[in-house]
Design a protein around this ligand. Sequence first.
Ligand SMILES: NC(=O)c1ccc[n+]([C@@H]2O[C@H](COP(=O)([O-])OP(=O)(O)OC[C@H]3O[C@@H](n4cnc5c(N)ncnc54)[C@H](OP(=O)(O)O)[C@@H]3O)[C@@H](O)[C@H]2O)c1
Length: 209
Amino acid sequence: MKVVVFGSTGNTGIELLKQALERGHRVLAFARDPGQIALSSPRLETLRGDVLDRAAVANAVSGAEVAISVLGVRLGHPPGTVRSKGTENIIAALTAAKVPRFISVSTIGVGDSQQRLSFVARAFLPRIIGAERLREAQEQEAITVRSKLEWTILRPPRLLDRPGTGHYRLGTDLRTGMRTQLHRADLARALLDQMASSAFLRQCPSVIN
Ligand SMILES: NC(=O)c1ccc[n+]([C@@H]2O[C@H](COP(=O)([O-])OP(=O)(O)OC[C@H]3O[C@@H](n4cnc5c(N)ncnc54)[C@H](OP(=O)(O)O)[C@@H]3O)[C@@H](O)[C@H]2O)c1
């Protein structure tokens, strides 16, 4: 399949590109600085652009069969509106180009996943993640849910840069706590698995190791 990846230079993004290519997909990596992508394959194309630029995003999705977004702002930086406005631009572009499938990443602690946090996590997670960052993730989810696309939003816990285990749990009933975590390579695997699955269509499952 031809997949367009937003957030392709991030820690999850690079892993996603690698695994998508290993699976034989054609990949378009949308990035502010494609020079950060040290991968080469005849099936990998890069496109320079900012997700806040509507025209650039529209250009990126043309010809794609599915879009995956792992957009974010690195911890320690103000969250801004990349996740909300960026997602709005991606959805507008996908809708206009009639590309129905959109798979993205939010975070545990948003929406109904909050009710399945342990007592301690419910008290501390909002402080660790930050209220502004949580609001951005909520807004990103709300924009996606309102769309007419065939969306799936995966909600991971704390992400770790460790080799993939090859195993993850995905579900809308998973309970999580302060120690729940996920290797980024397993998040990438879970996102790519969604391309061939409609099990969580228009749902927001949590994904954990
Ligand atoms: N860190 C955690 O423990 C954790 C936990 C739960 C959920 N999450 C969520 O999981 C997702 C992936 O996390 P991650 O840590 O792998 O991501 P990350 O390393 O922070 O990467 C974020 C990506 O978004 C891109 N980006 C930011 N602003 C952009 C813009 N205006 N235009 C185009 N691209 C832009 C970045 O590009 P540049 O290289 O140009 O900056 C980068 O490629 C994020 O949505 C994050 O919020 C993270």
